[in-house]
Write a protein that binds this ligand. Sequence first.
Ligand SMILES: Cc1cc2nc3c(=O)[nH]c(=O)nc-3n(C[C@H](O)[C@H](O)[C@H](O)COP(=O)(O)OP(=O)(O)OC[C@H]3O[C@@H](n4cnc5c(N)ncnc54)[C@H](O)[C@@H]3O)c2cc1C
Length: 393
Amino acid sequence: MDFEFSPEEQAFAREVEAFLDEHATPDVADVLRENMAQIVDTPERRAFMKKLADRGWLGMTWPKEYGGQEREGVYEYILNEALARRGAPQIGKGVGIIGKTLIRHGSDKLKEEFLPKIMNAEVEFAVGYSEPNAGSDAANMQLRAERVDGGFLLNGQKTWTTSAHFADWYWVGARTDTTKKHDGISLFLIPMDHEGLEVRGLPTIGDELTNEVFFNDVFVPEDYLVGELGAGFRYISEALDLERFTMFTYSPTEQRLEEVIEYVKEAECDGEPLRADPHLRQKVAQLATHAEVARVLGLRFVHAARKVDAKPPTVEASQYKLFATTLSQRVGNAMVDVAGPGGQLRVRTEGAPLRGRGDMSYRYSVIDTIGGGASEIQKNIIARRGLGLPRNF
Ligand SMILES: Cc1cc2nc3c(=O)[nH]c(=O)nc-3n(C[C@H](O)[C@H](O)[C@H](O)COP(=O)(O)OP(=O)(O)OC[C@H]3O[C@@H](n4cnc5c(N)ncnc54)[C@H](O)[C@@H]3O)c2cc1C
């Protein structure tokens, strides 16, 4: 298998690095904040996304008739890995989930209203699928959308809606038919400041905020139903397949590991260099090997995904996510270990080993093993679709 990027792709990667050298200032790109992908929650981060837009890097893969360049998804992969490595906000929800779904299934009105804004970085979205009883089993969502004159009335609750506290629009799955499971779900677009929507912050173990959102008689006009009634779950699944290039980045783990290795090379404990400790040498050598496995699993999946007309590389994506996210946790553990008692100090504490990243990474890295499909769900996919084993009972 040839995992090399083409000369054009390599040139693009260099162009992105040069752009980041110029624009990735500490107020927008900060590895100490860890990688909460797609968070564009300050005016500075919004301005940074606008610069990406001005370069034509939002919607690169979209059809030309919607202002895109019809580039391969691998360009978005290269861009997002570079952004994530520097702790900068990444492209994702707007360009990927919402943009690509509207292009395929949205009405002319919704396309005209949203696609130019997405391309110009003028709108931020929150995505509302999960509910208290609908996470891994997303098709169990119960938020009710009842048909009324001119539209729908929404009542119920979402949870874990990241970005709801600063987003402009809400992309929401709701139940329009209680007699069907998957086919009873429809997708809607709702302004985040709509009357009857209440957003309550949910702090996470990784220091970033996500949210619960409550719906009290939220009226959504007919025009803001996305595509066909009852087709929402199909669109949600399809978007996952379209979005795999940008869903999960490996580069932050690699960057953290590099920092650990540098620390082991240079730091001392009780007057002895850490690099002389055989246990630590074993540990970092093992992690460096696993990091190479994760990198190649990622490339293998990119390679499978870029084949024209190939079916979505679902098993490859699950293997990559499962391995890379658990590796990220192991790197977090190693940071705490090598830092010794100082590994308990908070990030940015003066004098803390590894800039206090041990504690932060240890806590944060659990999140990626849950969001976007928990590790157990990835294992189920590998067992069922990859190995032909029966569905679990
Ligand atoms: C920080 C964060 C941000 C998030 N942001 C968003 C967002 O913006 N929008 C959104 O819609 N959602 C979001 N989510 C929700 C996320 O998608 C869900 O948390 C995830 O799908 C798991 O669902 P759950 O939390 O309900 O856990 P559950 O589905 O209840 O799972 C609990 C445990 O049981 C295991 N399990 C479940 N089913 C099976 C099975 N069939 N076989 C074996 N094990 C199983 C799971 O792996 C897990 O360990 C976010 C979550 C987090 C933590």
